[in-house]
Design a protein around this ligand. Structure first.
Ligand code: SF4
Ligand code: SF4
Length: 380
């Protein structure tokens, strides 16, 4: 039983933690805030789709944030925007969220991975399990680590080759307005809700591998992380080490989840550093490790980092809403049509290629369905 005295002590230490700058507390708060947001989005979208399945028009609004889970569609939207100047109205928030992640990488290194992404949070818990099982952090030998790390860059290179190099404006538009892309969010929900045995065992294998090899998904396979890692090279913010006050205790290196030799460098320049600031937290020497634009001249306080990360994402979504680039133009009537016809071949995809469809006829039909939902002008 917790005594009153202990309660006061516990709450006091929590309040003290809130008062004193505690980097990891800020990070956890931000991570859980984003996790709660993602959870709410998932619940709302599931209700939205289940109402469509029952043949009724949804009473809940489709949460635009669901498009954060359509990274390939968003990459296609990004190129389409760059070559045409048009933000496509099918999945506009996917593009806004991708842009926010890219801006975060340029400004704040891979802060997206360790402050925002729910898979990053899951990875941290799997890392704890790793330590619990093996009693220490097992380092992957460099001979295996470097080839494995290149996998995510190969995956990224494949997507960039397929999208950036091989798709012209017409091909991008053909994909964006395809039946397949219009229901990509619903398909993604079905993938998890009605998972095939093969996909299930792949997910189990990924979890097991992530327990055995720390950060397996983020470090070796995530092409999104690879893209952010490349951009983070140009980020002006880096973790710096004051070599004058460093006692070479190596606590920073031992705690780094991606095995960066922090104690050997004056400035962490690595695509793997995701700005978790765990090294800064454990360093026992005052102001020896810090996040800064230049050595000690522009130290960024952890609280400021947390605020900037949140502002970037909240601000980005606000800009999207205010400019009308947040919610899809697909109407509820159209969604009802899609869900009722989801088994038709043109909603499927063949090895990443959308099936042939008559784009003009398809868009005319969607326009008619959308118009049917609009209230008719009142007659006198
Ligand atoms: S170097 Fe520091 S901030 Fe970067 S990943 Fe390692 S512990 Fe995190
Ligand atoms: S934890 Fe701090 S004092 Fe210890 S090696 Fe790292 S930078 Fe130096």
């Amino acid at each position: 039983m917790i005594t009153r005295k202990n309660e006061t002590k516990a709450s006091g230490s929590f309040i003290n933690r809130l008062r004193q700058p505690d980097i990891q507390l800020y990070r956890k708060v931000v991570q859980y805030l984003f996790l709660a947001t993602v959870g709410l989005i998932g619940i709302k979208f599931t209700i939205f789709v289940s109402q469509l399945e029952s043949g009724t028009l949804p009473t809940v609004t489709r949460p635009p944030g669901i498009e954060a889970f359509l990274p390939i569609s968003s990459l296609i939207s990004l190129k389409y925007w760059l070559v045409t100047g048009i933000i496509n109205p099918i999945h506009p928030s996917g593009l806004i969220i991708l842009l926010m992640a890219l801006v975060t990488a340029v400004l704040l290194k891979r802060g997206f991975c360790s402050w925002v992404c729910p898979f990053g949070l899951l990875t941290e818990y799997l890392n704890r399990l790793h330590k619990l099982i093996f009693r220490k952090n097992i380092q992957v030998p460099a001979l295996l680590d470097y080839p494995l790390r290149s996998l995510k860059y190969l995956l990224l290179a494949f997507f960039l080759w397929a999208i950036v190099l091989n798709m012209n404006a017409a091909a991008l538009e053909y994909f964006i307005y395809s039946p397949y892309n219009m229901v990509a969010d619903i398909k993604m929900l079905y993938f998890f809700a009605d998972i095939t045995p093969f996909a299930f065992w792949v997910l189990v294998a990924l979890v097991v591998l992530s327990i055995v090899l720390r950060n397996f998904w983020c470090r070796y396979l995530c092409p999104y992380g690879a893209l952010l890692g490349i951009l983070s090279f140009i980020s002006i913010l880096k973790v710096h080490r004051n070599t004058d006050t460093c006692t070479n205790c190596q606590k920073c290196t031992r705690t780094c989840p991606v095995d960066i030799k922090v104690h050997k460098t004056a400035r962490v320049i690595s695509d793997e550093c995701h700005a978790c600031l765990q090294c800064v937290t454990v360093c026992p020497e005052k102001e020896t490790l810090y996040l800064s634009a230049a050595r000690r001249n522009a130290i960024l306080k952890p609280l400021a980092y947390a605020v900037i990360v949140c502002l970037l994402f909240v601000g980005g979504s606000l800009v999207g809403r205010l400019t009308g680039n947040w919610q899809t133009v697909i109407s509820n009537n159209e969604y009802l049509f899609h869900v009722q016809n989801l088994d038709m071949p043109f909603y499927q995809h063949n090895r990443g290629r959308v099936p042939d469809y008559d784009q003009a006829a398809w868009l005319r039909m969607m326009k008619r369905i959308r118009a049917a939902q609009k209230p008719k002008p009142r007659t006198r």
